[in-house]
Write a protein that binds this ligand. Structure first.
Ligand code: NAD
Length: 260
């Protein structure tokens, strides 16, 4: 159902973004991958995504913390396919530290990537969406867009801000065939999380199961990780015509975290 539509998914060389890119490509969209990583691994991922659908899949190394790079990213997708019709603001970073010691440069980097990057993406893409009378903006927020945890001031502020930005853009585009929504995952099983388990087992002298239940999933009532594919399935649904009335929403996929 996305044949002829074009999509940019930021931070799609791994984790949630890669799963979203796979879902969009599988539905027929042309997809621009983005993110950092080993060149061979990225090419392997690109070819794997391309094999899922009939659209073209390209990769762009834009740093989403850099407004000029975002403008070039959107222009490249536009030149290749028209649009972009779909943007998925997914690239994000975290830094864990108390407020008094929080490095100002980490604050600036997190706000730049997790909040200002989506602003520049939307600003550049929306005129193209308006020209075609159709658009879908999906941003990966977090349970931390709704609740806080200690030592995550920049991340929590950026994710709360991303929800406010999304609501505003939803109102500005409400009569133009464009929707803007956030998806707010809880703890998602990504390679990044998996890699933390052995170190945490060693540091705390815990079994793998205790690390998962008592450390990683302490806040998640289901005691199960969300999967990248579950997040991607919702992002794909938001791109359907049936989802045109869903705009300005912040949809939780968090195993009950924010119900507690
Ligand atoms: P990940 O580390 O697996 O993926 C992050 C992606 O962003 C990678 O492709 C990376 O290369 C890319 N990236 C990093 N810096 C970038 C930059 N400056 N410019 C462009 N790309 C950049 O992480 P993930 O878990 O898949 O997270 C994706 C999004 O989901 C983030 O916004 C994150 O805050 C959010 N999220 C993750 C979880 C979780 O538990 N994993 C929970 C809630 C929200």
């Amino acid at each position: 159902f996305l044949n002829g539509k074009s999509a940019i998914v930021t931070g799609s060389t791994s984790g949630i973004g890669l799963a979203v890119a796979r879902a969009l490509a599988g539905a027929g969209a042309d997809v621009m991958l983005n993110g950092f990583g080993d060149a061979d691994a990225i090419e392997e991922a690109r070819a794997g995504v391309a094999a899922l659908g009939s659209g073209e899949v390209l990769y762009d190394a834009a740093d989403v913390g850099d407004p000029a790079a975002i403008a070039a990213l959107v222009a490249r997708a536009h030149d290749a396919w028209g649009g972009p019709d779909i943007i998925v603001n997914n690239a994000g970073i975290q830094h864990v530290c108390g407020i008094a010691d929080f490095p100002p440069e980490k604050w600036d980097a997190i706000i730049a990537l997790n909040l200002t990057g989506p602003f520049h993406m939307m600003r550049a893409a929306i005129p193209h969406m308006r020209a075609r009378g159709w658009g879908r903006i999906v941003s990966t927020a977090s349970a931390h867009s709704l609740v806080a945890s200690p030592n995550k001031s920049a991340y929590v502020a950026a994710k709360h801000g991303l929800v406010g930005l999304t609501k505003t853009v939803a109102l500005e585009t409400a009569q133009q065939g464009i929707t803007a929504n956030c998806i707010s995952p809880g703890y998602v099983w990504t390679p990044l999380v998996e890699r933390q388990i052995p170190d945490t087992m060693k540091a705390r002298g815990l079994t793998r199961e205790r690390v998962i239940d008592d450390v990683l999933l302490a806040a998640q009532p289901t005691k199960e990780f969300v999967t990248p594919e579950q997040v991607a399935a919702l992002a794909l649904f938001l791109c359907r015509d049936e989802a045109k009335a869903i705009t300005g929403a912040n949809l939780s996929v968090d195993g009950g975290w924010t119900a507690a």
